[in-house]
Write a protein that binds this ligand. Structure first.
Ligand code: FAD
Length: 369
């Protein structure tokens, strides 16, 4: 079976990796648009503290986190060791006591009988600052030892490399789709038809554009995120935990003395690939309020990514009714680095006709009107 995957972000790369493992003949095309979400994403893998309460979305989010260990071990067995992955833990913090109490209740409820979440404990402000020194002096924290962070650029590249090592082919191109009868046809930028038995569209925030000529009204829009990267020269940040305050901003650290503060969530942004004064201000203000110790850090860069945002929080995963051999994986929004690897495995199993480990009924794409 020949499968064409359009888009190699976290979701397409995972789909390719898992399909190659199942023995499919896989071709991946990716345009690497400016603002590819996987290149900008923070990399937090910690579903258990979220305030959002959409049960079917949360099921996928939690399943994504559960699958990470298996994924990382599988890639390591193939010689992929550099993915920026670490179970560094998370500190959940709140400015209001009532919010802190509610957060503790939520985390305890969500992590009951969830071994991958690790140990949950309450830390004094002093204990919390020992783990994340730039933190404000008056903030107690809920510590989730099983939380992780990953460098999404490295992980997606590792999955692609692994797929290619198993026979998949990868190339850069901006392709389009047409429909002949009830079958989709993919056309390369030079006008050539790319033959495939199955086409999987994992085109992120650009998916609606490529699906529109098929008569599909695909409801995913770009949501812009600006995310700030700082450096603390000479400081060993590799083991610092993720910091999760109550709003949508957060902090995480990587091995190279890098601390990341994220991120704006700009709806109706279109594909406006610019760092704005307001975006930078919003993110830095939110970060420094919680971690004033970052005030003297060096600003390295601000990345921009377009999250593929669906109208509900639920991702869109499955076969398109009425069009033979067309599958969509999309709409992962703000949680795609957590959900993407598992969702890619589900899509691979679906297309290969294997048992899918999660029911995808709630995530089914719509057909033509
Ligand atoms: P993308 O990574 O955008 O990839 C889509 C690819 O499809 C692109 O390379 C594009 O060029 C290609 N493509 C599109 N159209 C075509 C075409 N016609 N032909 C060929 N190729 C095409 N999630 C978490 O779980 N944890 C986090 O901490 C986190 N932080 C984030 C922070 C920011 C600032 C942002 C922006 C996102 C964050 N996310 C996070 C969300 C996550 O990054 C996204 O949900 C995820 O990366 C989406 O992956 P994707 O593969 O669907 O899309």
């Amino acid at each position: 079976m020949r499968v064409l995957i359009i888009g190699a972000g976290m979701l397409g790369a995972s789909t390719a990796y898992h399909l190659a493992q199942l023995g499919a003949e896989v071709e991946i095309v990716d345009e690497e648009h400016q603002g590819k979400a996987t290149l900008a994403g923070a990399g937090i893998v910690c579903p258990w503290a979220t305030k959002a309460d959409e049960p079917q979305w949360y099921d996928m989010y939690a399943a994504g986190a559960r699958y990470y260990e298996t994924l990382i071990e599988g890639l390591k067995d193939r010689g992929e060791t550099n993915m920026g992955y670490g179970k560094v833990g998370a500190l959940v913090v709140a400015e209001e006591e009532a919010e802190f109490i509610a957060a503790e209740e939520r985390v305890l409820r969500r992590t009951k009988d969830v071994p991958e979440a690790g140990i949950i404990s309450k830390l004094t402000p002093k204990e919390a600052r020992k783990l994340f020194p730039p933190l404000r002096e008056d903030m107690p924290a809920i510590h989730i030892s099983g939380a992780a962070r990953v460098d999404a650029r490295l992980l997606a590249a590792a999955m692609l490399r692994a797929a290619v090592s198993m026979g998949a082919s990868y190339r850069r191109d901006n392709v389009t789709l047409a429909v002949r009868g009830d079958k989709p046809v993919c056309i390369g930028s030079s006008g050539e038809t790319i033959e495939a038995d199955e086409i999987i569209v994992t085109a992120g925030a650009w998916a609606s554009r490529i699906l529109q000529p098929l008569g599909l009204h695909h409801p995913v829009q770009p949501q812009k995120g600006q995310i700030v990267h700082l450096s603390l020269p000479g400081v060993a940040t590799a083991k610092w935990p993720v910091v999760l305050p109550m709003g949508s901003h957060y902090m995480l650290s990587f091995d190279d003395s890098r601390v990341v503060i994220g991120a704006t969530r700009e709806d109706n942004s279109g594909f406006d690939y610019r760092v704005t004064a307001a975006g930078e201000h919003e993110v830095l203000s939110a970060g420094l309020k919680i971690a004033p110790g970052l005030a003297t850090a060096t600003h390295i860069e601000t990345r921009i990514g377009f999250r593929p945002a669906a109208p509900t929080m639920r991702p869109i995963l499955g076969r398109v009714p009425g069009i033979q051999g067309l599958t969509i994986g999309n709409g992962l929004g703000a949680s795609g680095l957590t959900v993407g690897p598992f969702a890619g495995k589900c899509l691979a199993d679906l297309v290969a006709g294997k048992n899918v480990s999660a029911s995808l009924v709630a995530y089914a794409p719509q057909g033509r009107a």
